[in-house]
Each structure stands twice: as structure tokens, then as C-alpha cells.
Design a protein around this ligand. Structure first.
Ligand code: AMP
Length: 445
């Protein structure tokens, strides 16, 4: 029995005390995205395994070790069983939908956002889960819609800065000892620059890789770019001496990156160029970025990541459709906001918990029906209302009401006949009779 009353390792329940904050974050994200003319897309949690193998890349950690994948039984003897995967990320699914629904044929730039669960078989720890949530967005379209423009990269980054600002996460600066968010940026070049750079990396790694940790030895063979984001202390000197991608960018990619930076400067978005930022997914081209925060996340300090993926649609068998997108780790965003709230409470004291408008206390079971009918009217008027039960003693009703509500509304036999409730406001201690028909405005005041 013990196993079935415990959430699976790496997954968790979010109770109302937490979901209130999750909802506020999601509401804010929706508001900000709408201002930038993004519309919501919802894609299935289940996709064909092949989508990620082709889109994200066979050699990535995600596809090679972290996916929840299984063979689905064939429905008919003539059918082959299909390999299915719980989506580990959402960009491949969005691009699949872009191709499937022929959004390309509109000729328009598509600005799409999503909010939802993703699944990776990772070693669970604080800020890292097997079911986690991402809030992400993608800008994709035919090149004629301006989808390749550095303006789009800068707009997405400026939107992220606006969202984090609106959520109250400070920017890292000398004024706050560099606690807050920080944008790290790099260009990994075009689909022709990258293979040239990867070849140079392989060549530079060949004579030194035997001195590296086993993970990096393996990466040097399978996916040399991944060596660059290795955190292994002992390997850092070797990694620092490896060739830099900036030296392998063609003129068009260099210009594109310079334009992104100039636009960010014009918008007042601070950034740091990090030549080692290559990110773990194969589909990235040109601009790649990460926002880190040093509030509440410990070692898992990557709050969000993203980049340009000009070749992804074609990799999936679709038309040429350059694009750029990002995914925010919502769980990590929440941890950051909780750490901020905790720091604020330490400075200013705990904020009072939010209370609902009224708690209706019927004095006996005979008033239960009238209590629920009155609650229906008040809720219809937009008030937040809880209803007690006529079997409760008055003292129990008062205690219950005081915990959750600003007012107690007492309903006895007289109150129901006279259509007047006895109302007490807990803050002032004032108690008076209020006609049912003016109750909503009294409670709102
Ligand atoms: P990625 O899709 O790997 O580029 O990740 C984008 C963001 O999703 C990261 O910056 C994290 O904030 C978040 N993320 C990725 N994997 C996990 C995980 N296992 N648990 C929680 N958040 C995650």
C-alpha cells in the first residue's frame, strides 16, 4: 500500500497554497505574451519517439538517456508497434504542429506560446524533477515573414526581461551584490558554421581527451559541443584552451549576432556574451541564450534557455521555416519567487494570509438550505464565500470563519424569516443586521 500513496520519485503534488502562486505566474506570462502578440498552442504530451530523435538529436543526453519511451502495442496484426515518448520538451511538438497544420502556407510569422508538463528521467534534486513544467514560446515562419531577422531574437529576449521584471525578480547588479537574473548569450553559427567548428573541436580534443573525465571522453567522440558546458573542475583548463566558436562564424552569422546585441543595447536589456554557451540540443543555430538566477536555485541556476533553430522544420521533413524560442523552467521560476518572498518576510515580517469575503454560518441544520441559497447569490455577485454547517456550535463557526474570512454571516431562524443576516466584520469587531439584498455591497466594502 505504501507505494500507491506516494507520488512517483521526481514528481510531486502541488497543493492550493502553492498553486495560487503558480496561477499568478501563468497569468502574468499570458498577459505579457499577449502584449507581444503571441497566441497559445497546446500540443499533446504524447508524441512519436522519432520526433525527438530527429528534432532534438540522438546524441543528446535528453534523447540518449532521459526520455520515457515505450513500444505501444499494435492495434491490428498488420500494424507495426509504434514507439511513443512523453515529451521531454515542447519545441519539437510545436514545430511538428506547425508543419502538420500547414501554418507555413499562411505566409505569416507564427508567434506561439505554451505552458505545460515535460518529462525527463533525470536524477531528482531541488529544482530538477522528472515531471516539470515549462512556459515557452516560439516565433517561426517562412523567411519572407522576417523570421530570420535579428529583431525577432532581440524581441524574444526583451519580452523575457519584461516578464521577469514584472514578476518582481531583480536584475543582477552591483546594487544587489549581483543577486537576480542574468542573460548569457552566444552565437553557435549557421548550419554550415557549426560542422566546421565541431570538426575543429574534435581535432583539438583528440590529443587531450585521454586526460579528461570519462564523461568528457565520451562527449569528445559523440557530441564534442557538450564538452564545452562540462562543469568538471579538473577539465576546465583544457576546455578554456579549446577553439572558440566565434572564430568559426561566417560574416552573415557575425553580423546577425552583432545586430541582436545592438538591438538589446537599444532596449536597455543587459547581457553577457558567453562563448562557451552551446546548450544541449542539436537544433540550435546562431543565437543561443540562457537566463540564470542566483536566488533559491542553488546549483540548478539555469532558469530558462533557448535559441534560434533555423533548420529544425526541415530536419522534421517540413518546409524551410527559421525560428527562435525559449523554455522557462516554471518549477525553478517558482523556487526563485519563493526565495524572494522569504527574504522579504525576513525584512518586513510575514504578510497576512489572504482572506475570503464571507463565511456563512447556519445556526441549525434547518438553515442549511437557506445558507447555500444565500451563498449562491453572493458568489454570483463575484464574492468569495465559504459555507459552514448547521450542526456546528456557534463557537466552532466563529473560529472557522475567523481563520478564512473577513466576515461571518450568521443565519438563524429569525434571520431567514426577516431576510436579514447578522454580519460581523472581524477587523473592526462591528456586528450588525444587514438586509439580504444589500449584503453583497456591505461585504465588498
Ligand atoms: P531545456 O529544455 O533543457 O533547454 O531547459 C529549459 C529550462 O527548463 C531549464 O533552464 C530549466 O529551468 C528547465 N528544466 C529543464 N529540465 C528540468 C528538470 N528536469 N526539472 C526542472 N526544470 C527543468
Amino acid at each position: 500500500m505504501a507505494q500507491i500513496i506516494k507520488a512517483i520519485r521526481g514528481t510531486r503534488d502541488l497543493l492550493p497554497a502553492e498553486t495560487a502562486l503558480w496561477n499568478r505566474v501563468e497569468r502574468t506570462a499570458r498577459e505579457v505574451f499577449a502584449r507581444y502578440n503571441f497566441g497559445e498552442i497546446r500540443t499533446p504530451v504524447l508524441e512519436a519517439t522519432e520526433l525527438f530523435a530527429r528534432g532534438v538529436g540522438e546524441e543528446t543526453d535528453i534523447v540518449s538517456k532521459e526520455m520515457f519511451t515505450w513500444e505501444d502495442r499494435a492495434r491490428a496484426a498488420s500494424e507495426k508497434p509504434q514507439s511513443l515518448t512523453l515529451r521531454p520538451e515542447n519545441t519539437a511538438g510545436v514545430v511538428r504542429a506547425y508543419i502538420e497544420h500547414k501554418l507555413h502556407d499562411t505566409g505569416q510569422l507564427q508567434k506561439l506560446y505554451y505552458i505545460g508538463p515535460q518529462f525527463r528521467r533525470e536524477r531528482p534534486q531541488k529544482g530538477r524533477y522528472r515531471q516539470f513544467f515549462q512556459i515557452g514560446a516560439e516565433v517561426i515562419g517562412p523567411a519572407s515573414s522576417g523570421s530570420e531577422s535579428p529583431l525577432r531574437d532581440a524581441e524574444v529576449l526583451e519580452m523575457l526581461a519584461a516578464l521577469l521584471d514584472k514578476l518582481g525578480i531583480p536584475r543582477a547588479s552591483a546594487a544587489n551584490e549581483y543577486k537576480g537574473w542574468r542573460l548569457l548569450l552566444n552565437s553557435v553559427g549557421s548550419s554550415t558554421d557549426r560542422p566546421r567548428y565541431v570538426a575543429a573541436l574534435r581535432e583539438a580534443l583528440a590529443p587531450v581527451k585521454d586526460r579528461m573525465c570519462p564523461d568528457n571522453q565520451r562527449r569528445a567522440d559523440t557530441n564534442p559541443l557538450r564538452v564545452l558546458d562540462s562543469k568538471d573542475e579538473a577539465d576546465q583548463a583544457i576546455i578554456d584552451a579549446l577553439p572558440r566558436i566565434a572564430d568559426y562564424l561566417d560574416d552573415a552569422s557575425k553580423q546577425h549576432f552583432a545586430d541582436v546585441l545592438a538591438t538589446l543595447d537599444a532596449c536597455g536589456v543587459p547581457y553577457t556574451v558567453n562563448p562557451r554557451l552551446v546548450r544541449g540540443l542539436d537544433y540550435y543555430t546562431r543565437t543561443t541564450f540562457e537566463f540564470t538566477v542566483d536566488l533559491g536555485l542553488g546549483t540548478q541556476n539555469a532558469l530558462l534557455g533557448g535559441g534560434r533553430y533555423d533548420g529544425l522544420s526541415e530536419m522534421l521533413g517540413g518546409p524551410r521555416a527559421p525560428g527562435i524560442g525559449f523554455a522557462i523552467g516554471e518549477d525553478r521560476l517558482i523556487l526563485t519567487l519563493l526565495a524572494l518572498a522569504e527574504a522579504k518576510a525576513a525584512d518586513e515580517g510575514e504578510p497576512a494570509p489572504a482572506k475570503i469575503d464571507a463565511y456563512i454560518a447556519p445556526l441549525s441544520p434547518a438553515q442549511n438550505a437557506a445558507a447555500l441559497a444565500l451563498a449562491r447569490i453572493l458568489r454570483g455577485a463575484g464574492l468569495q464565500v465559504e459555507v459552514g454547517d448547521g450542526t456546528f456550535r456557534l463557537k466552532k463557526s466563529f473560529d472557522a470563519a475567523d481563520r478564512v474570512a473577513r466576515h461571518i454571516v450568521i443565519l438563524g431562524e429569525d434571520e431567514v424569516t426577516q431576510q436579514q443576516a447578522t454580519v460581523k466584520a472581524f477587523a473592526s469587531g462591528e456586528q450588525r443586521k444587514v438586509e439580504f439584498h444589500t449584503l453583497a455591497s456591505t461585504l465588498r466594502a
